[in-house]
Design a protein around this ligand. Structure first.
Ligand code: GPV
Length: 817
């Protein structure tokens, strides 16, 4: 390996300044300097990127295509530099040029091509795949507008378009030569071939051209570079002169717009299905382009014989959003490569695998037959045939109760196409994302499928990449860990266990807590800059960052704050440890209750933060525009990690893992991966409360829960609830929060009152909070427990998760360099 040439890099950055802006580097503003540096970094990456592909091809490696509507990458510059093998030298160069890396990083927009956990998981997986040396391609959509930016105006969320590409993306490469045609609409004609075979030909369709943009995914210190490929859309024949001459100018422009619309914007829903046609268009658009490309690539390498495709290609479906891949692969194999149904089916099942990320009923994708068959006539025909054959199989297997089984399991039923059923039937593997979640899938939600295909099911507990979430986000703690136990943890997180011996070491405790304090100061600066609120870094930083959703129960958190405020007002003489409640969350643009919860948090903040009489004992901060890059500042500063979803509802959670790794203690329910976190760190080093998932499911089934009983019998809770409707937090409009009150108590307004058992769990939540606050003041105990949380986070690396997918589902071999 050639020694890294610092002088060359320096020159290149300076040249980039001239080339891009016709000015000297020293004359550039931060944003311009970012582009000059990023272009040079991309150039550092490019050779490894080309070489990775070459080696993988020479070694004929199997490749996984991670098919996902979302990749929540965050920023690339800092992470790329950190992962590059010459990262020390690169940092020196930047310093010698007088560039401030962290200011450059701040000039890069987040790549917000995702909503929350599901999209961020995809991003962590790509980092792990490259770092572990597997050949992978993330396939998605190049949304012109990513996840909206959130402004808080008068306490309300306001959505602002995220025009993230307006200054260009220095890391992307447009691959016009790899464009693919995707067909929508029309009808299918059946033609009998000379050999008697039937051919199905889509006619009268509209074509859209899919153009891929590749961005590099840099493995940590190993010269491996994988690819994130996102597709842009163009009208196939823009402005055909023909149309123009005939005076059909308008029509030509319209079809261009139809194409452009597909990639216009990311749907801002999380755990919720809206049933919009454009969404199905998006799904088929990127899936068709990705599937065609993968098969063609394989065919070219194997003399056009695609019969052994599953030996070299794996498609992982990130939830049901990419599930049309099953039918599209069937179509390509049969219509473009002339395989029989049976041949194509065997290949499809062996190639595809499906990850389920939720049991929430409202998240299940079910497309009306009408809409589906009109937009994708050939695909619908194939789905019908898959369904017909599946129903036959059910009849054979369950002759005496076939119709009941079919009613529950068919792909097409009640006028709908059920995407989860297609994904399960059309693939060889189905996995949940945490042990509890998988158990619920097997025993309840997907019980019938589990009974029929037990061998398909497995659990793959989620993980996070320690490169971004410790090494990059928390450099001071990362350095401390490395000083104590060496740097192996960066690629082998279970090594971090070695820190446990320092848990009771007074000096180590002091160091650990000093670092936490520095991170709290860093967050305080961020909050002051962005929100204008001054934080007390001696107070408890109690952090809840995640999408705003009723099942996650931000409402329970703020009700507890309201309860505490009443306590302080009633008992000003009592000791009360200063407590800062930090929220970060975006609500889906059309989700009324979620948006009103944001308004409530902000109004509570307004009242409490401005009440001089409580002398700053409580502060409430809603951090505007929570995103990956702000998570990197917030998470390292946390003392408490709020993981308080209704048990059984949070499939896994991943902020729970990020916070644990950074030394926060969990206040949480026995839900999702919290169960495994508690198992790793010990129940004594977390604060667990509330109903178990079995209890929740029981209560849901026997419908015996009446929150009014709590309202009637618990005065303090009743007082908090009354403050929602007596104008205490909204004097200008006392009725403002009535819908939240109703959601908790009123069965007339919603079919079930307190669907997420907030009032049911509130008392035990208050207790868990009290216990945590008490323990926080025992500084030795706390330091020990915090160190133990960090040191027991080893299981939650996405490297471990990826190795499990590789072992059980993808069967990949590593690229050797
Ligand atoms: I379905 N998840 C998400 O972020 N968006 C979705 O649309 C769906 C699921 C999340 C789950 O809610 C989390 O519990 C989980 O940790 C995450 O997916 C990754 O698996």
């Amino acid at each position: 390996m050639q020694k890294f040439d610092k002088a060359m890099l320096k020159k290149e950055i300076e040249n980039n300044a001239r080339k891009l802006f016709r000015r000297e580097l020293t004359e550039l503003n931060e944003k311009e300097a970012f582009h000059a540096v990023a272009a040079a970094i991309q150039n550092q990456i490019i050779d490894d990127w080309i070489l990775t592909t070459k080696r993988a091809e020479e070694e004929d490696r199997k490749r996984v295509y991670y098919l996902s509507m979302e990749f929540l990458m965050g920023r690339a510059l800092g992470n790329n530099i950190l992962n590059l093998s010459a990262h020390e030298e690169i940092k020196e160069v930047l310093e010698e040029l007088g560039l401030n890396l962290s200011a450059l990083e701040d000039a890069e927009p987040d790549w917000a091509l995702g909503n929350g956990g599901l999209g961020r998981l995809a991003a962590c997986f790509l980092d792990s795949l490259a770092t572990l040396g597997y050949w992978a391609c993330g396939c998605g959509i190049r949304y012109k507008y990513g996840f909206f930016k959130q402004q808080i105006v008068d306490g309300y969320q306001k959505e602002v378009a995220d025009d993230w590409l307006k200054d260009g993306n220095p890391f992307e490469i447009r691959r016009a030569e790899l464009a693919k045609e995707v067909r929508f609409g029309g009808w299918v004609e059946t033609v009998q071939e000379a050999d008697g075979r039937l051919r199905f030909i889509q006619k009268g369709y509209q074509s859209v051209e899919a153009i891929p943009y590749d961005t590099p995914v840099v493995g940590y210190n190993n010269h491996i570079v994988d690819t994130l490929r996102v597709w842009d859309a163009n009208a196939k024949e823009t402005f055909s002169l023909d149309e123009f001459d005939k005076g059909n100018y308008q029509k030509a422009v319209e079809s261009a717009n139809m194409a452009k619309n597909i990639v216009e914007v990311l749907y801002p829903n999380d755990n919720h299905y809206a049933g919009k046609e454009l969404r199905l268009r998006q799904q088929y658009f990127f899936i068709s382009a990705s599937v065609q490309t993968a098969v063609e690539y394989y065919a070219r390498k194997h003399n056009g014989d695609v019969r052994n495709l599953p030996e070299k290609v794996a498609f992982q479906l990130n939830d049901t959003h990419p599930t049309v891949a099953v039918a599209e692969l069937m179509r390509v194999l049969m219509d473009d490569y002339q395989l029989s149904w049976d041949e194509a089916w065997e290949i499809t099942v062996k190639t595809c695998a499906y990850t389920n990320h939720t049991i929430m009923a409202e998240a299940l994708e079910k497309w009306p037959i009408e809409l589906f068959s009109k937009l994708l006539p050939r695909i619908y025909q194939i789905v019908e045939e898959i369904n017909r054959r599946f129903c036959e199989e059910v009849r054979r297997k369950y002759p005496d109760r076939a119709e009941a089984k079919i009613a529950k399991m068919a792909i097409i039923y009640d006028g709908q196409v059920k995407m989860a059923h297609l994904a399960i039937i059309g693939g060889h593997a189905v996995n949940g994302v945490a042990a509890l979640h998988t158990e619920i899938l097997e025993k309840q939600e997907l019980k019938d499928f589990y009974e029929m295909y037990p061998e398909k099911f497995s659990n793959k507990t989620n993980g996070i990449t320690q490169r971004r979430w410790l090494l990059h986000a928390n450099p001071e703690l990362a350095e401390w860990v490395t000083n104590k136990i060496g740097d192996q943890w960066i690629t082998d997180l279970p090594q971090i266990e070695k820190l446990a011996v320092y848990a009771e070491d007074k000096k180590a405790q002091a160091e650990f807590m000093a670092i936490k304090r520095h991170n709290k100061e860093r967050l305080a600066r961020y909050v002051f800059e962005h929100n204008g609120i001054k934080l007390n870094v001696d107070s408890i930083f109690d952090v809840m960052v995640k999408r705003l959703h009723e099942y996650k129960r931000q409402l329970m958190n703020i009700l507890h704050v309201m309860y505490l405020y009443n306590q302080i007002k009633d008992h000003p003489e009592k000791d009360f440890y200063p407590h800062t409640f930090i929220f970060g969350a975006k609500a889906a643009a059309g989700y009324k209750t979620a948006k009103l919860t944001i308004k409530l948090i902000n109004n509570v903040a307004e009242v409490i933060n401005n009440d001089a009489s409580i002398r700053d004992k409580i502060k409430v901060v809603f951090v505007e525009d929570y995103k990956v890059s702000s998570a990197e500042v917030i998470i390292p500063a946390a003392d408490f990690s709020e993981q308080i979803s209704t048990a059984s509802k949070e499939a896994s959670g991943t902020s729970n893992m990020k916070l644990m790794l950074n030394g926060a203690l969990t206040i949480g329910t026995m839900d999702g991966a919290n169960v495994e976190i508690v198992k790793e760190v010990g129940a004594e080093n977390a604060f667990i409360f509330g109903m178990s998932s079995d209890e929740v499911i029981q209560l849901e089934q026997n419908r015996s829960y009446n929150p009014m009983d709590i309202f009637n019998n618990d005065q303090e809770i009743r007082r908090v609830l009354m403050q929602l409707v007596n104008g205490f937090y909204s004097p200008e409009d006392p009725e403002l929060f009535r819908p939240l009150y109703n959601s908790l108590l009123n069965t007339k307004e919603s079919d079930v009152a307190d669907r997420y058992f907030i009032l049911k769990d509130l008392r035990s939540y208050i207790k868990a909070q009290e216990e945590a606050v008490k323990q926080f003041q025992n500084r030795d105990w706390w330091a020990k427990a915090a160190i133990l949380n960090t040191s027991h986070a080893g299981k939650f690396s996405s490297d471990r998760t990826i190795e499990e997918y590789v072992r059980d589902i993808w069967h990949l071999d590593k690229i050797t360099l």
